[in-house]
Design a protein around this ligand. Sequence first.
Ligand SMILES: Nc1ncnc2c1ncn2[C@@H]1O[C@H](COP(=O)(O)OP(=O)(O)OP(=O)(O)O)[C@@H](O)[C@H]1O
Length: 735
Amino acid sequence: MLYAKLDELREQATTGLSKVLGENSSNHQHQRERDISASIYSDRIAQFSAVENGLCFGRLDFQHEEHQYIGRLGLFDEQGDYEPLLMDWRAPAARPFYLATAAAPDGVRRRRHIRTRRRTVTAIDDEVLDLDIADPERRDGLAGESALLAALNASRTGQMSDIVATIQGEQDRIIRSGLTGVLVVQGGPGTGKTAVALHRAAYLLYTYREQLAKRGVLVLGPNPTFLRYIGQVLPSLGETDVLLSTIGDLYPGITARGKESVETTTLKGSTRMVEVLAAAVADRERVPSTAIEVSFDRETLLLDPQTCAQAREKARSSQRTHNEARPIFVREIVNALADQVAARLGAELLDEADLTDIRRELSESDTVQATLTWLWPLLSPEQLLTDLFRAPARIAAAMRDFPVEQRDLLLREPTAPWTPADVPLLDEAAELLGEHDPEAREREQRQQRQAIDYAQGVLDIMDLADDADPDILMATDLLDAYRLAERHERSAPHTTAERAAADRTWTFGHVIVDEAQELSAMAWRLLMRRCPSRSMTLVGDVAQTGGAAGSTSWSSALEPYVGDRWRKVELTVNYRTPSEIMAVAARLLAEINPELAAPRSVRDTGVAPWQERIDGPLADRLVECAAKEAVRIGEGTLAVIVPTEQVHAIGNRIASAVPEAAASADPDLTARVVTLSVEQSKGLEFDSVLVAEPQLILAESPRGLNDLYVALTRATQRLGVLHTEPLPPVLAEAR
Ligand SMILES: Nc1ncnc2c1ncn2[C@@H]1O[C@H](COP(=O)(O)OP(=O)(O)OP(=O)(O)O)[C@@H](O)[C@H]1O
C-alpha cells in the first residue's frame, strides 16, 4: 500500500514536470514561474527515488489496537483527512520507535522491525514492551536487537549506510538534541559518532528547515576518502543540500592536497601564526630607508621616508584591513606628489580644478602606480602566502621571535601545492587583507539581494507559504528565495550548498564536524568564523587524535570561543568492533589515557585476533595473507593498514597479486581490498583488517599510540597483525 502511494506521488510529480516543461512560455514572468514549478517537481522526484529502499522499516502497536508505520518520509492519505499512512522517522510521533523500553513503554505495546529487500518483506522482528510478557533473555537496553545485530553482522560495502531502522536510545537523544549551542559528542571507536552526526544533519534539516534552508548545513570530515565513504548516507535520507567538505576544500578556488612535514603542519596549526601573518602583512606596508625617485611628466619627483611613514600611519590608523586601507595611503602619497608638481608649476597660479587634474594624472601614471605597488601592494591571500613562504627574508621579518629552525619550516618553492594546513592561513590572511576588489564584491552583493527580493515576491505570489501541517512536505520546504534566485541567475545555478562552497565569507546555520579532535587551533578559528551563531555538533574521540596539531582535550579547543558554554554527551557502546578485538585495543587506550573508558562491544564473534612474526620479506607474506583473507570474507571488504611510507609499494604489490584489490594512490573504497595508511583509514571500517608493522606505525608520529589504536579498531569481524620488527610491548603482552 505504501509503495503504491509512493508510485502515485512519483507519477503525479512526473506528470506535473512534463506538463510544465512542455508549456510554451510567452513572457519572462511566465518563464520564471515555469522554472520554479519544474524545480519543485524535480526535487520531489529525487526525494521519492531516494527513499525507495527500506521505505518503511518499523511499526509501533499501541494499546487499543492502533498502530503506526515508521519510514523514511511521511506519507498521508489525501482522501482520508490527511491521516498519516507512514510517519517520517524524524517526526516527534516516531520517537517511541527508538526510545520506548519495556520499563518505559510510552504507550507502545509492541515494536516491530521490518526488513525489506526491494519491495519484499524479508524479515520481521517483534519486541513486546510489556514487562509481564517480554522475553527475559533479551539483552537489556538494545532496541530491535535482532535487526541491529543483522545490520552489524552484514558484510561492508565500502560505503557507509544509514541506520534509521536501528538507531539506539543514547544515539537518538543526541540526534534530536536542540539546534542551538555547541554540542560535543565524545565516543570511542565504532560507537556510531559518524552515523549520529549524519542523522542529526537530516533531523535538523527536517525540524528546523525554515531556519536552515537559507544558511545551509556544513558537514566537515577529515579527508576526501572519508567523504566518499559517507557520501551516500544523507542522500539515502532524502537530504542532498548539505555541504560535505574537508578543511582543505574550505577556501574557494583551492583544493589543498599537498603534503608537508609533521613539524610544518604543527607550526601552521598553532595560533602563533596569527601574529606571523599580521607581521607578514605589516612587512608589505613599506617605508623606504632613503628618498625614492618617481618620474612623472619628464620630471623627477621625490618621496622621502617621512612622507611615506606619515601616509602609512594615516592608513593604518583607519583600522581598516590592508587592502581596504590602501586607498587612504594612495591618496596621501598622490597628494604629496601633487604638491610637488604644483610647487614646480607655481602653486599660486593653480585653482582646485587644476589640482584635481594633476592628482588624477598622477594616479593614472604607470610609474606612480608601480611605486605605490612597491610601497603598499594590493594583495590576495594566495599572493601574500606564496611571497612569504618563498623568501627567507620575509619569513625572518614575520617571525622575529621564533628560532631559526622554526622559520625554515615555512620555506618552500613557490610552485609547491597548497596543503590542508595552508587553508586556515589563507582564510586568516583574507581576514587581515580584506577584499581584494571591494567594488566588485559590493556590486555582486547588491545584485544578489535584488534577485532574492524578487524571488521572495514570486514565492509569495504563488502562495506557497507553509502554514500547513509541518509533516506535509511543502514547496517552500524544498525551495527558498535564495535557491530560487540562484536558479534564475543563469550564470550561477547553485544550490545553497554550492553557493556556500563558492563563498569564503558564507556563514552556516549549523556546522557538524566529524573527527573534530583532528582540527588544529587555526582550523578552529576558521570554522568559528563560518558559524557565528555557534550552532555546532562536534563529534570525535580525543584518544584517536593523530595529527600533532590536533586536540587532546575538548575544553582547551573550545574555551577561546565559547568559554565553558558547551555541552558534552558520550556514546559508550561499540557497534563495530567485536569484544575480542576491543580487548586488545583497550590495552592501548589504557596507555593513551587511563581515564578514558573503552566502549563496550555490542557483540562477540568468537574469532580471536591473531599475530604473526615474519622472517622473510613483509610484502610477500602480506600478499599471501591478503589473498587468503579476501577469500575468507566472501563478499566483504579487507583493509591492509601499513606504515605511511610503505603504502605505495605494498599497495601496488597487493593490487597486482590479489583480485579485486585497489591500487594505493587515491584508494577506491568500492574495491573489496584496499591498502591504506592509518590517516587514510580514519573513520572507515572493513570486515577484515590486517595491520602491518605496528612498531613502525607507533614510531611514525608523535601520536603513534593513537594511530595504532585507530588501526586496530577498524575491523567489524577479523583482525590480524603481521610484523618483522618486534611488537610494541603493549601488543606483545596481549599475545
Ligand atoms: N544504531 C545502529 N544501528 C546499526 N548500525 C549502527 C548503529 N550505530 C552504529 N552502527 C554502525 O556501527 C559502525 C560504526 O559507526 P561509526 O562509523 O559511526 O562509528 P564512529 O564512532 O564514527 O567510529 P570511529 O570513531 O572509529 O570513526 C557503522 O557501521 C555504523 O553503521
